[in-house]
Ligand binder design. Structure first.
Ligand code: SF4
Length: 766
């Protein structure tokens, strides 16, 4: 990737905390404070990262009150001292002269970027007054609340409930909603992957080497390098996970569903699936037999471009490796309209292989409550949510999420659909929206059709944005509140259990620069100023932590010192003899949970689905969305919309969605996102490396720079997400690169309401 930095520039930003004067004097930024001495502790502090949502455990080294080095937290076995580039660059964001450290109140027109600096007191008073005025005149539902998920989302959720607005939105609808909904409908809850012991991993573009989660990435890297594990990757481009695979198949974007349906066809045709498992734990196999009768390997070849014999072979190889195999559903991958069906088909394919609660397969989380119950003693402490008594308002949401008969019937009331916000505001449907309170979310970069989103924002009376940078969305606000970065704030305990009960906590590594506030302090203070805080049972984060820990000071002390506590119990897979034996030997009380066969398979007898079984066929889905009760060919896999090329996008290992592109170190590592184009396509369009182009469709036109590579299909283009920035206050990244969101229509995938991110475009020379 191109970068225009010199060594001198690099030295400037690495020493910015002592040399910030003169680098930036933008209103409200750290640069405008001039040289500062930062005070704080002088030790190692353990916490967890927030440079992306993977929340890896970290250790920060603090010298003379300054955060100088970040690495993985050695107390977390999965992490060790590893950390990714973004995690290691946390202090580059912390000490960036361009970050916001003073509240700002708009003085110009909305979006014009003219501000006056304010104190938190002044800004919070204004917010409390304006939001309460809207509440009194139009009702609490007239204010929207949105944020990406994380601890601050829980506090925002409580604040929105105290305000009595039903309109709380997370980032799920433009990120992980498809697999969240598909899991709920199939298993009732999520499952984890045991990469370490898997013999065969079929990966549908789950690129853990770029969409990183350090401990999972390390496990997959180990598996990929092992002779004992076969890794097969289906992805339109030669990504890093594809490069580490035994086989890469360049699937046509949006068509994964066809490949999975053909695997299922082969297994059912040949009787090669775990019949005993299916009989005991699932419902609806007869519907699947019917829906996959014609989804042959030959049928899929015409759709995916992958040869029929490959599908036939992969089906047989998986069956041979079963149950020690994983068919990986990924995070957000094909993102066409068939995303829900594709993910449901993958989850069901795993059940057919009988790999649930098996070594090298999939398993349910083992939280403290379950382990204590099975062991008959308290192995690990449990925690609670001090805000659990706050109720979600029952009033109609603007997106009608969870309302039977609506297109968002299966979207949670605490998640919502961000793509439906513009329509609701512009059409005043189902009612008028007047205000929007946002934290760490930038819909003008990350949500489809930002033009319409911006038009809707212009209609609002009052917008508050809390962020670390002056994002495109912050520019549209009436009040911008700077947020303390994750290195400057204490937060509550987080349950991080996977195969063992595990907790972590965010500990402040340095004192907040210019006394910037944490999100929980902002919401708690606002609730008080608005007079809506009677149900809060805590005033500060220490009280919150103590209540979470149920007064268990041993747990709290350990977390405050180590940042991470995991309880050493034998790993337990309910259907794996060796594991069950080890657990029972250590905890003899667990004997009463043994089935006749000496296993604990009956732990899967009462799942959180309507039938209590793994639902291959879902009656509730069929009733709401006819034809979607069981995965089938839904004729919905074409994402081109009549255009010659499919533009796809994805995560990079250097940046996170719309969030880190202006962070000095990370911007130096990757400062642009040229458009990947196959040499055949380049020839056809008369293009060469570095040429300037436009990508265009009926939604918009966006500039780009050509990057010719064999690592992409001729009918497909690819860009990394989060570039093409328009905020002039993001000095390093403004105006550089391509923002694919500008070309995305406000189309949702059926059933799960996921944002569709693969889109048809044409190319023209700039
Ligand atoms: S993957 Fe990297 S950026 Fe994300 S939480 Fe982990 S260390 Fe931080």
């Amino acid at each position: 990737m191109s970068s225009n930095y010199t060594r001198r520039d690099f030295l400037k930003v690495t020493s910015c905390s002592t040399a910030i004067a003169g680098i930036s004097c933008m209103t409200g930024t750290l640069g405008s404070l001039g040289a500062q001495t930062i005070s704080g502790s002088t030790k190692f502090v353990r916490s967890y990262c927030e440079m992306c949502t993977s929340r890896c455990q970290i250790e920060g080294k603090v010298v003379d009150g300054k955060s100088v080095f970040i690495q993985g937290n050695k107390y977390s076995k999965g992490m060790g001292t590893s950390v990714c580039a973004r995690g290691a660059a946390g202090h580059s964001q912390l000490y960036d002269p361009q970050r916001l450290v003073k509240p700002l109140i708009r003085v110009g027109k909305r979006g014009e970027g003219r501000w006056k600096e304010a104190t938190y007191e002044e800004a919070l008073n204004l917010i409390a007054k304006k939001m309460m005025k809207i509440k009194e005149e139009y009702g609490p539902q007239a204010v929207l609340f949105s944020s990406k998920t994380g601890e601050h989302f829980s506090h925002l959720s409580t604040f929105s409930k105290a305000f009595e607005s039903p309109n709380l939105f997370s980032h799920h609808s433009h990120c992980p909603i498809a697999y969240k909904v598909a899991f709920k409908h199939t298993y009732g809850t999520g499952l984890k992957r045991d990469f370490s012991k898997s013999k065969y991993i079929l990966n549908f573009g789950h690129n853990l080497f770029e969409g990183i989660n350090v401990s999972s990435t390390k496990k997959l890297a180990k598996a990929a390098a092992s002779e004992k594990t076969k890794l097969v990757v289906l992805e339109p481009r030669f990504s890093i996970v594809a490069a580490k695979a035994d086989e890469w198949h360049s699937v046509k974007p949006g068509t994964d569903l066809a490949f999975v349906l053909s695997l299922i066809h082969v297994w059912l045709r040949d009787g090669k699936y775990d019949k005993e498992f299916v009989q005991r734990y699932t419902v609806g196999i007869e519907h699947l037999i019917e829906s996959t009768k014609t989804t042959t390997p030959q049928w899929q070849e015409k759709i995916t471009g992958i040869k029929a014999d490959v599908a036939e072979r992969v089906a047989n190889e998986l069956y041979k490796a079963a149950p020690n195999c994983i068919i990986d559903w990924g995070h957000k991958t094909t993102t066409g309209q068939s995303e829900y069906q594709r993910t449901r088909a993958i989850l069901i394919a795993n059940a057919l292989m009988g790999n649930i609660e098996k070594e090298g397969g999939l398993f349910f989380k083992k939280k403290a409550k379950t382990c204590n119950k099975l062991a008959g003693i308290d192995i690990a402490p449990t925690i609670t949510n001090p805000d659990k008594h706050f109720e979600t308002p029952k009033t109609l949401r603007v997106d009608r999420a969870s309302l039977k008969g609506s297109d968002n019937a299966f979207v949670g009331r605490n998640q919502g659909v961000l793509m439906d916000i513009p329509k609701a505001i512009l059409n005043k449907d189902p009612y008028e929206v007047k205000g929007w309170f946002m934290i760490r979310t930038n819909p003008l970069i990350t949500v489809a059709d930002p033009k319409t989103m911006k038009e809707a924002m212009h209609k609002l009376d009052f917008i508050v944005v809390t962020d670390v940078y002056m994002s495109e969305t912050a520019l549209m606000a009436d009040v911008v509140l700077p947020e303390a970065t994750y290195l400057e704030r204490d937060e509550g305990i987080m349950d991080k259990s996977s195969s063992k009960p595990t907790y972590m906590i965010r500990n402040k590594i340095v004192d907040p620069i210019n006394n910037t506030l944490a999100s929980h302090e902002i919401f708690r203070t606002l609730a008080k100023k608005m007079g809506i805080d009677k149900d809060y049972k805590w005033d500060n984060i220490l009280q919150y932590r103590v209540q979470q820990a149920k007064g268990n000071d041993k747990l709290l002390k350990e977390l405050m010192s180590k940042g991470y506590v995991s309880y050493s119990i034998p790993t337990l897979y309910y259907r794996e003899e060796k594991y069950v034996k080890d657990f029972v030997n250590k905890y003899p009380n667990a004997r009463k949970y043994l089935d006749e066969d000496g296993l604990m398979g009956s732990m899967l007898d009462n799942l959180k689905t309507p039938s209590g079984k793994i639902e291959i066929f879902s009656q509730q889905v069929e009733e709401e969305f006819k034809g979607y009760g069981v995965p089938r060919d839904d004729n919905n896999m074409d994402v081109t919309r009549g255009y010659p090329y499919i533009l796809t996008s994805g995560k990079s290992a250097i940046h996170t969605n719309g969030h880190t592109h202006n962070v000095p170190y990370l911007n130096m590592l990757m400062s642009d996102n040229p458009v990947w184009i196959n040499p055949q396509t380049a020839k056809k369009e008369n293009l060469k490396n570095g040429d300037k182009i436009y990508l265009e469709n009926d939604i918009g036109k966006e500039k780009g720079t050509v990057f010719v590579t064999e690592g992409i299909r001729p009918d497909t283009l690819f860009v990394y997400m989060g570039f093409g920035r328009e905020s002039s206050d993001l000095k390093r990244t403004n105006g550089i690169g391509t923002n694919q969101s500008k070309l995305l229509p406000l189309i949702k995938g059926p059933v799960c309401s996921t944002m569709v991110t693969n889109v048809g475009v044409k190319i023209t020379k700039a």
